[in-house]
Design a protein around this ligand. Structure first.
Ligand code: DAH
Length: 351
């Protein structure tokens, strides 16, 4: 700076000039007022109060002054600094108060706003029931088998000794001669289980089945069955009855009773329809049809590669949707397929 070597003249030390100091104070106050929040204000501090601020630079010049001028200049600089510090502190207080008020307003929790957290789902009660039935059979040494929902007509019709054309109500897959159907019962898995295993066979097959027809409170085109098949030397109708009575008691309580009525199924003989006694049915105590069963027809065994002179078999198929509906007093089967999470939450855990 050129004036450093000049003979002393306080007016020439421009930074110490009262007008320059007043200007530094005015600049600082103006800048502080413009700061919109505490962070912006803090960012202004170095420029107005830091080592390289006009005031600090002015203070450095004091040393160059003759002793007589020093104290005056020192006072002026100190006053200016205090003025800037005060302006800073006052602005800081205002901004902090404003920010605190803003936070109170902006971060207020309005408990009346709509609830937007994703509600947790639940296992579907049918899945839970199918699983507990599977557990029950696995405990008796059965294996859980699966089959496709779209299956060959041969597997569904011919091998099961069902007259040509299949069971009424079967969905056929286009084109007409595709030879494929949507399985109308889980009995198709009997065929597949025998074709892919050698006796002794103990399998159950829980799964979805499809049938045409009107949809109403008790009929859905999609429903569920659990199929069972045992093929072994010397298996009898008594084994079948004992097995199903055990399952009924496990599912419906120790007092559960079953009733068998003679029936006809092409794939079994003798065959029966099984009813379960529901003392707590919502329309009063009654027998409810649960499924069909019987001794596997020798023609079915033969079609599936099992020698009927060595082995005999029993089989059953029970309806699961109805089991669930009766157990829980559900009046409309459509609740089972609508996918309403409230329904699953209410019944899924305990089914
Ligand atoms: N498939 C039969 C139905 O859907 C139920 C059934 C009857 C299954 C007798 C069987 C059986 O395994 O042996 O109506």
């Amino acid at each position: 700076m050129s004036y450093r070597n000049d003979p002393y003249d306080p007016k020439q030390v421009a930074l110490l000039d009262p007008a320059a100091l007043a200007e530094a104070v005015a600049d600082a106050s103006k800048a502080f007022t413009a700061a919109a929040d505490p962070d912006a204000l803090t960012a202004l501090r170095p420029a107005h109060l830091g080592d390289r601020s006009p005031l600090s630079l002015a203070r450095r010049e004091i040393g160059a002054l003759p002793p007589a001028a020093k104290s005056d200049a020192g006072k002026r600089v100190n006053e200016a600094r205090r003025a800037i510090e005060t302006a800073y502190a006052e602005r800081a207080e205002v901004l902090e108060r404003e920010q605190a008020e803003r936070v109170l307003v902006e971060e207020r929790v309005d408990v009346t706003l709509p609830y937007d957290r994703r509600p947790r789902g639940a296992r579907h009660p049918l899945s839970a029931l199918l699983e507990s039935i599977s557990d029950l059979f696995v405990g008796m040494g059965y294996e859980v088998a699966e089959g496709p929902e779209v299956d060959l007509e041969w597997v569904d019709v011919d091998a099961l000794n069902i007259p040509a054309g299949g069971s009424p109500g079967t969905f056929h897959i286009a084109p007409q001669r595709s030879g494929l159907v949507l399985r109308p019962h889980t009995s198709t898995v009997q065929t597949r289980a025998m074709l892919s295993r050698t006796p002794p066979i103990h399998v159950i097959a829980p799964g979805r089945v499809y049938r045409t027809g009107e949809v109403d409170a008790t009929h859905s085109p999609v429903f569920h069955q659990v199929e069972g098949l045992v093929v072994d030397r010397g298996s009898t109708m008594a084994h079948l009855r004992g097995t199903l009575d055990h399952v009924a008691r496990a599912l419906f309580g120790p007092e559960a009773k079953t009733r068998w009525r003679p029936h006809h199924f092409p794939f079994t003989g003798p065959s029966a329809t099984i009813d379960v006694w529901f003392p707590e049915h919502r329309d009063g105590p009654r027998w409810v049809e649960w499924g069909g069963c019987g001794m596997v027809d020798p023609r079915v065994l033969r079609a599936c590669g099992v020698d009927p002179d060595v082995y005999s078999g029993f089989a059953f198929g029970v309806g699961i949707d109805r089991t669930l509906m009766v157990r829980h007093g559900i009046s409309d089967i459509r609740h089972l397929v609508e996918g309403d999470v409230r329904f699953s939450r209410a019944l899924g855990a305990g089914a």
